[in-house]
Ligand binder design. Sequence first.
Ligand code: PMP
Length: 387
Amino acid sequence: NEPVCECNTCYTGPDCSHFTPHCRVNADGGDPLFLEPFWIQHSTSSALLVSGWNRMSYTYSDNTFFSQQLESLIHKLHAFVGNAITQNRYIVFGAGSTQVLSAAAYALSLQNTTSQSPTRVVASIPYYTLYKYQAEYFNSEKFKFEGDAYTWKNISDDGANVIEFVTAPNNPDGRLNEAILDGPNVKTIYDRAYYWPHFTPIPAPANEDLMVFTLSKLTGHAGSRFGWAVIKDETVFNRMVTHMQINSLGVSKDAQFRAFKLLKAVLEQGTGIFDFAYRTMKTRWETLAATLSSSNRLSLQKINPQYCSFYNEVREFSPAYAWLKCEREEDKDCYAVLKAANIIGRQGNVFGSEDHYVRLSLIRGQDDFDILIERLKKLVSEEDGAR
Ligand code: PMP
């Protein structure tokens, strides 16, 4: 049988019960296993049975690669949560938002008909580094990664076309970023992976030209590889569909079926998954903040509470990641400080930032989080002059 158990870092064995005491705790990757307990509770309503002869064709009966039933469920979900306006918008699916983001960059760079030079791809620091990696890896004549959006703020009219990635809430620091650049040559891709009540108050439904979402951070099923874009412009939509066809002939129908079943279960539970996810993330954030409250050495990002239209009240923020700063001048390599304490985070430079910063993932399984807190407590208790 295929193993179903996914062990947390410090546990091994067929049922993940063997604890390795001095292991390095993984606070690096954004594996959203914090949602596993919710799905254990809703095992039956979310289960799939797929017979060998099911869903063999490339396409659906309407000859497209995208399930219309899943698309209408996505519309319903956004309407229920109120996190995005999707009426009269086009929707494109991809293998995770990773594929959708690259399709979006291709589609928008094809709109560059006036300039000879490649479209400039930018994001504000600290940024999610995939945008950079993709632009560099695809090495296209159409676009080139050009770093921090702020650098280009006052260079408005050099005629170059620009794609700005805006991550809201931001990975790594959880802020509700807004576009830095503006103008006729600027196109914006809003990465809304974390724009769910789990991680942030929802002040209003997002209504941008191109917004990208993912199942990974909504239901936690990162391994299903399913994401989608909500698009205003028909030409951009058609270009993204073409990209999907040439790149992978659409999206796995098995992944679409899984997404359908999960989103249906989400909607059947009303506010259930959002209540669970927010409670978990908020408790983790409070635990982390309390752990670091006596430290002079390590500090956390601060974001003020905001009104949330989903819960109709002012809510604290409950970010997916801690954007930790090592405050001491000598702790230039904050990653090394944490590594010495058996904690693996992600270096600030990966996000275009200084190495005084490290990102710690707060969305992993409970065991990983608990061990992270234990290790941080020890690190803080060993500080000279801790408050
Ligand atoms: N955007 C952001 C901001 C992310 O943090 C991630 C995952 N860490 C992704 C996109 C990609 O996620 P996926 O491909 O699983 O949808």
